[in-house]
Design a protein around this ligand. Sequence first.
Ligand code: PMV
Length: 347
Amino acid sequence: QTIENGSFEWSAPSNIALVKYWGKKANQIPANPSVSFTLKNCKTITKLVFTKKNNSENFSFDLLFEGKPKEDFKPKIQKFFERIEQYLPFLKEYHFTIDTQNTFPHSSGIASSASGMAALAMNLMSLEKALNPEMSEKYFYQKASFLARLGSGSACRSVKGQIVAWGNHANIEGSSDEFGLEFPYSIHENFKKYQDTILLVDKGEKQVSSTVGHDLMHNHPFAEKRFAQAHKNLDKLINIFENGNLEAFIEIVESEALILHAMMMTSMPYFILMKPNTLEIINAIWKFRKATQIPVCFTLDAGANVHVLYPENVKDEVLQFIQKELVGYCQNAQYICDEIGEGATKI
Ligand code: PMV
């Protein structure tokens, strides 16, 4: 099969880890397994236009971000192409225009690497499938996740499924260090349409890139204990997803968020990525939960923003609480309402 030119377009969502990936080995292999909720509204939409070239010496691509050329993203894409070329041998035969945009505000402190790399990987897999039409759907999504991982580790959890596990785990059949797996066991109703309201506490540039952060887990004094603990926490979550025990869910999720930050505070060099308002929000959530018994909790990424997680049936009460008591801690009163989604979608 030869294809001269054409285009594909995919959207891929961001995801929020419940058990955190922090620390990696060579080739984007995670030091411990992780699991995340796929989001729905925070996503990247990428159109890939391709034209066959008459030489295949170099990678050739243009990058448009929100319609305008974006030179500073190019080295990341170049590196991604170099990593995946051995799995997509046609890469140097085409010129690509990568036209990409995010649904969430630019520089909101929400990482776009997961959704961005997943959306690009989906498009490249569409071309791979056009060239090899007999490919199964399972293979298509698995390889898309495999490729996305090579762009940004957590991107492999943004491809398919509401809950995605990544990394070998003894009690998750089919789990792999090489790609994300749609959580294969039953999920309790309590997690249906689970809500994630993202409070934008600090929209500034990240103090520590995740690449540097993962590296700090090499020679980290607590690394081995941490990796073992991630396995245990994931074990507990497997049961919680099935039995719907929200109290137990909250305990694991909040602990994982604080452990992620504890790892950064205890590495060398050390970092504090929370801001005073991050702590104000955490304390307010604890106070509200104690007073109302409403099962709302927080998680954090490698930054100061807070993800507020809660079941759909308490949405009104929690949004009221957020508007009344938490919005004041957000930069420009900004927050984003999201919920569990399904993964990447072809447009
Ligand atoms: O995908 P990366 O390399 O940007 O790492 C992301 C790490 C965290 O977001 C902090 C945790 C996670 O599991 O998503």
